[in-house]
Design a protein around this ligand. Structure first.
Ligand SMILES: C[S@@+](CC[C@H](N)C(=O)[O-])C[C@H]1O[C@@H](n2cnc3c(N)ncnc32)[C@H](O)[C@@H]1O
Length: 224
């Protein structure tokens, strides 16, 4: 078993935010939105919360695909939120996506109230992810969907090296080491399932959904 090695939590400097925004995550983002809509169904006109939105590429893709989507996009990093706001404005979606700085560990939002709560690729940044997963589940409205996805820490050095080569083999040394560091900081699918179980929620909703991602899907019951 590879031990978990944490990365810094927020991606805070303007340079880091710009470098992240310049990377092309289009295929991953499109897949995220398609998989979310396949579970949730068409957007119902309520607000969707995107936790750790980065530069708001996922909310923008969601609003592009579903004309009823509306999103509150939050991130701990002020630099990410500044770029997210600019991207949303450039996409002409300022009336459907609100971008705000907020800490996923304590969102200070009244809940449950969101039509859905989504999050991509932030759990590996969080030293103690239980607090974030609790916040995410707390904020989904009755009948609402929780859809959280992140990298999974590989179970062997051999598998880690294979993934780094496969997905970043053609990139710079920096790009390769960023991906490797994120894989080392990630949780295993088993670790996520046991955190969800400790929250009193069904761990059957946690599954590997690619060779390097887990996804947690939960729908809050309409009643109870
Ligand atoms: C790898 S980026 C993913 C961004 C975006 N979800 C995407 O898929 O493009 C991780 C993001 O999580 C944010 N983040 C880390 N810790 C956070 C926290 N406690 N609360 C909110 N955002 C956080 C970082 O600032 C960064 O923008």
């Amino acid at each position: 078993m590879i031990p978990r090695k944490l990365e810094p939590e927020a991606m805070d400097s303007p340079e880091e935010a710009q470098a992240y925004d310049a990377m092309n995550h289009a295929a991953v983002n499109e897949r995220f939105v398609a998989d979310f809509l396949a579970v949730h169904g068409p957007c119902r006109g309520g607000e969707i919360l995107d936790v750790g939105t980065g530069t708001a590429r996922i909310p923008i893709e969601l609003c592009r695909v579903d004309s009823r989507a509306r999103v509150l996009a939050v991130d701990l990093s002020e630099s990410m939120i500044a770029l997210a706001t600019a991207n949303v404005r450039a996409a002409g979606l300022g009336d459907r996506i609100r971008c705000r700085p907020a800490d996923a560990k304590s969102l200070r939002l009244a809940g449950p109230g969101f039509e859905a709560v989504v999050s991509n690729s932030i759990v590996h940044h969080i030293p103690e992810p239980t607090t974030v997963l609790r916040e995410v589940s707390r904020l989904a409205a009755p009948g609402g969907t929780v859809f959280v996805r992140d990298l999974a820490r590989p179970t062997s050095e051999f598998e880690l090296a294979r993934l780094v080569e496969l997905y970043t083999g053609g990139e710079s040394e920096r790009g390769r080491s960023l991906f490797e560091d994120s894989l080392r900081a990630a949780l295993t699918v088993g670790e996520v399932a046991s955190l969800i179980e400790n929250l009193g929620l069904p761990s059957a909703g946690v599954k590997m959904t690619s060779d390097r991602h887990w996804t947690w899907i939960w729908q809050r019951p309409e009643r109870g």
